[in-house]
Each structure stands twice: as structure tokens, then as C-alpha cells.
Design a protein around this ligand. Structure first.
Ligand code: CA
Length: 220
């Protein structure tokens, strides 16, 4: 999944980026509120991690502007320790969750997983589609209980589709959500990865919807 990280502390930002990338996400980052606001308003993300204390434009203003513009992306705010009023203001401004500094990376990753699946109406961290199971906590994929080894690209693509069973997803949408902004995006590579997934998984799992994109066969 693609995550926007807006945090001005370079050490924390680097730690968060590493943790998110190790968990299989792609990350775009900004070190101030103005750039963060612009990225969130113009690019497609699956979740946003937003520090509230930011230079140029504070996090609460960023969040309010996004919500006023109708942006529904899940937002996790980072607040100062013991600052209950920041949490209240953040939730009232449209935050979906919060985490007070300092926090453990594992907790942040669990909250990000929950935000992403809840934004798709999914309650369980174990995603199942026919014979295929994807555990969002461990990043493991199995077919009929037998583990399948996927590359990080293949996993991201499958995870995106498995969060949206039965929905047609265009190649443009996949390209936007599977690569960071600075990546050389080419929607033809999506086709290559779909082909690889079809060889590793039951071939009927991913349908091609001509002229529109791909759809994960909803389990009957
Ligand atoms: Ca800060």
C-alpha cells in the first residue's frame, strides 16, 4: 500500500520510512505541512501519517483542508505525549486514529493495517479469497494452506486487490497505489506482475476486465 508520511523530525521520519517499507508499503514523504498538504491533495494514498507539529503549515490545518476538500483517505495523526486536547482537536478535524509520541513501530504498523482494511470495510486482518489467504500481519500468502513465496511487488499488488474483492481496479489506479512518486512508473509493468501472480496462484483468481482493468474473483 502507498503511505504518505508527513513528519519534520528527520530521525523519526527515517525510522518510520524504514519500518513502513519493511512492512511492504511504499512511502512518499514531506517534512513540512505545505508540501504534505500538496502531496495528499494531488496524489493517491491508502493512508496518511501526519505529525501535528509541523513547520510552514501545522498538521491540524493540513487535515482540515483535506477534509474540507472532500478527501477521505484514512489519516493517523502523531501527537505530543500527554496532550489529550491535541487528540480531541485532531479527531474533530477528521483524523481516523492517533498515536502519541513516543510509540512502538509495531503499534504504528498495526494501526496502519487496521486503517487500510477498515477503509475497505474489512474487519479481519486475514484476507481470504477462494483458496487464497493473505495475512496482513505477517505478510504471508497461502493457497489451500500451502505457503506461496511472493516478491514485494507481487505482494503489494495482490494485497491491493485482496482489499477490494469483486471490484474492478484499473491499471492506472494500481500504478498510482503501488509506486511512490519518484518511481519511474510504467503501467505495462503491472501486466507483467499480474502474469507472475497468475503463475503462482490459481489462474482464475485475477480476472481481466477488458478495457477496464482487473478484478479479483469474489468467492462464491
Ligand atoms: Ca513535529
Amino acid at each position: 500500500m502507498r503511505v504518505l508520511l508527513v513528519e519534520d523530525d528527520p530521525t523519526l521520519r527515517a525510522q518510520l520510512r524504514t519500518g513502513l517499507e519493511e512492512a511492504g508499503h511504499v512511502v512518499d514523504e514531506a517534512d513540512n505541512g505545505r508540501d504534505g498538504h500538496h502531496l495528499g491533495a494531488t496524489e493517491a494514498f491508502d493512508t496518511v501519517i501526519l505529525d501535528l507539529g509541523l513547520p510552514v503549515l501545522d498538521g491540524l490545518s493540513v487535515l482540515r483542508r483535506w477534509r474540507e476538500a472532500g478527501l477521505t483517505v484514512p489519516v493517523l495523526i502523531l501527537t505530543a505525549r500527554d496532550s489529550w486536547h491535541e487528540k480531541v482537536a485532531g479527531i474533530d478535524a477528521g483524523a481516523d486514529d492517533y498515536l502519541a509520541k513516543p510509540f512502538h513501530m509495531e503499534e504504528l504498523l498495526a494501526r496502519v493495517r487496521a486503517l487500510i482494511r477498515r477503509s475497505q470495510g474489512l474487519a479481519s486482518p486475514l484476507l481470504q479469497c477462494g483458496a487464497v489467504a493473505l495475512d496482513t500481519r505477517s505478510g504471508r500468502v497461502a493457497v489451500n494452506g500451502q505457503p506461496v513465496t511472493l516478491t514485494s511487488h507481487e505482494f503489494r499488488l495482490l494485497s491491493y486487490l485482496m482489499h477490494r474483492p469483486g471490484t474492478v481496479v484499473s491499471r492506472t489506479e494500481l500504478t498510482e497505489h503501488l509506486y511512490a512518486q519518484d518511481f519511474d512508473r510504467d503501467s505495462n509493468t503491472i501486466e507483467v506482475f499480474i502474469g507472475r501472480l497468475r503463475r503462482k496462484l490459481p489462474p482464475e483468481l485475477i480476472e481481466t476486465v477488458r478495457g477496464m482493468g482487473y478484478r479479483l474473483a469474489a468467492p462464491s
